[in-house]
Design a protein around this ligand. Structure first.
Ligand SMILES: [Zn+2]
Length: 88
C-alpha cells in the first residue's frame, strides 16, 4: 500500500480534524511572517480559532523563502557592520 504524506492539522482549540483552513494574511506584518518564518495563518471552521502553524515543506517555494531569508540576514549584517564602523 502506498503511503501518502498528508499533513493533518488538528485544531488546538477544539481538536477537530480537517477543520483548519489556510487564510490570507490580513496585513503586511503577517505577510512578512509568512515569508520569513515558514508560518501559515490558519482558521478553524468549527470553532473559529485563528492562529499560526509552522509549515516546512521543501519545494521551490520554500527554497525561495530560504533565499529571501538569507538575503535579509546578509543585509542586516551589512547594515549593523556599517553602523558599528560609524560609531567607532
Ligand atoms: Zn477548532
Amino acid at each position: 500500500m502506498a503511503q501518502k504524506i498528508i499533513r493533518r492539522f488538528k485544531c488546538p482549540s477544539c481538536a477537530g480534524e480537517n477543520t483548519l483552513r489556510k487564510t490570507r494574511s490580513r496585513n503586511s506584518k503577517e505577510k512578512l511572517l509568512q515569508l520569513v518564518a515558514f508560518l501559515n495563518n490558519y482558521k478553524c471552521r468549527k470553532c473559529g480559532w485563528r492562529g499560526w502553524k509552522i509549515n516546512i515543506t521543501i519545494d521551490a517555494k520554500a527554497v525561495k523563502k530560504i533565499v529571501v531569508y538569507l538575503f535579509l540576514v546578509v543585509i542586516a549584517a551589512f547594515v549593523v557592520y556599517n553602523l558599528l564602523k560609524l560609531v567607532v
